[in-house]
Design a protein around this ligand. Structure first.
Ligand SMILES: [Zn+2]
Length: 439
């Protein structure tokens, strides 16, 4: 069984020659003129838009896209006026790409123009992470959807939606559950459970990300204090964002590679919505939530796992860092690095805290393996920060395996809606106090 996934590929143009630049500007202006006229006319059907845009000197792929798009502007998006920055939209008939290893920029796009023999090739700078999908697009293993071309300062940015098949995800009885704990000191700690024991843990250091984040805050703050020009601030900001994006891409790739070495892997991560909705987790967890990496990393891990056919599940994160993975008693996380088990009969006395947490996350996917201690008094004693307030909910949720499964599916959807935000924006940075996302 296979299912389809849609994704947007992004590329920027290699700097075009002056001649090509003029043609692109012309295309953009003509497109925006026709869009404006069609919108102002109030045309609300494909044929009435077609009457207006037909005389324009535009490629047919742009006219067809306008016929689709303009009626939606008022009906679906309830637009009152047009944004000046509208990208050129083209139907997938404009999805003609070529690849050759001989070229500096291996991928090129056949830019559609009105009239015969006027199209031209433009070299693309692709995101290396998406290279496989570009190959699939050229070989037509992936199906192109709408294309958007946007001018961004001096750059031209191309977006191509692609659809491609992936294996249907199935939950297997013999699955290897791999818990991923996301944090700051270690960006990702992965741990597979074999017969309940942590096996071959994987750690991806967070020191470079932490360093970059601090440097970014210092630099931007200094530039703002000095009243540096807008473009200078934006330039620095995107420099840091790109560097952080590279780290997220690399870390998520490594986590999925780690999972692939096991048979029938299932990745298990913490469902953030639980924390946001109900529980106060105290300083440690709050810091993790503020961390820029958390949601983006989860989102990218999920994307890459889905592409690799590895199922991803989300579990209630309550006490994952305070529970002993072996005897399941609540213990203490004395320092960032160490977990202490209070149970004298348990073979675990002290354990690397992140590995203990990821083992707990992995264990939690199996409802029968879950055993948050039922002795409420004991738990309340050991949690000094008030986070034990929601004990009834926690234990009832783990009582029934079938309910547990439904709950996970529902929470997965919520997770998708809420916690896969786009890259941090400069506005968001300005609105946040540097101390909120820093240490
Ligand atoms: Zn223990």
């Amino acid at each position: 069984m296979s299912t389809t996934v849609t994704k947007t590929l992004q590329a920027t143009f290699a700097p075009p020659t002056a001649h090509k630049q003029a043609k692109l500007n012309d295309l953009l202006e003509t497109y925006r003129d026709s869009l404006q006229e069609a919108f102002d006319s109030g045309a609300s059907t494909m044929s009435s838009v077609s009457d207006i845009v037909t005389p324009y000197n535009l490629p047919y792929q742009a006219k067809a896209a306008l016929c689709n798009y303009v009626p939606k502007l008022r009906k679906t998006y309830n637009a009152q006026e047009l944004d000046d920055e509208h990208p050129i939209r083209l139907t997938n008939q404009a999805a003609k790409f070529d690849h050759s290893e001989e070229r500096d920029y291996e991928f090129t796009w056949w830019v559609p123009r009105p009239g015969r023999g006027t199209n031209f090739w433009i070299p693309l700078r692709i995101n290396p992470e998406q290279e496989d999908l570009w190959h699939d697009l050229v070989s037509e293993d992936a199906k192109a959807g709408e294309i958007r071309l946007q001018q961004h300062r001096k750059n031209w940015v191309l977006h191509v939606t692609v659809e491609y098949p992936v294996e249907e995800l199935t939950m297997d009885g013999d699955a290897a559950h791999i818990g991923l704990d996301i944090g700051e000191t270690a960006l990702i700690t992965g741990c597979a459970l074999k017969d309940g024991s942590p096996t071959d843990p994987f750690v991806c250091s967070g020191s470079r990300a932490k360093h970059l984040r601090k440097e970014m805050h210092t630099t931007l703050k200094r530039l703002q204090e000095r009243d540096a020009s807008e473009w200078r601030i934006e330039d620095r900001f995107s420099h840091y964002q790109n560097a952080l994006t590279d780290i997220v891409e690399k870390a998520s790739r490594e986590a999925v590679e780690y999972a692939k070495q096991f048979e029938n892997p299932v990745l298990v991560m913490e469902d953030l919505t639980y924390i946001r909705e109900r529980l106060d987790y105290g300083k440690h967890m709050n810091r993790r939530l503020h961390s820029w990496a958390f949601a983006r990393l989860q989102g990218r891990i999920e994307d890459k796992a889905t592409e690799a056919g590895i199922p991803v599940e989300y579990v209630n994160p309550a006490y994952t860092s305070q529970t002993c993975h072996s005897c399941h008693r609540i213990g203490r996380r004395d320092s960032q690095a160490e977990f202490r088990c209070p149970n004298d009969d348990c073979h675990v006395s002290m354990f690397q805290a992140d590995i203990n947490a990821s083992a707990n996350i992995a264990r939690r996917i199996d409802p029968w393996g879950e055993s948050v201690p039922l002795d409420k008094a004991e738990r309340d004693d050991s949690l000094r920060d008030g986070s034990g307030c929601d004990t009834a909910t926690t234990s009832s949720e783990t009582a029934s395996p079938s309910r547990g499964h439904e709950r996970r599916s529902a929470s997965l959807e919520r997770h998708r809606e809420k916690s896969v935000p786009a890259q941090m924006t400069l506005t968001a940075f300005r609105e946040s106090k540097p101390s909120a996302s820093d240490d």
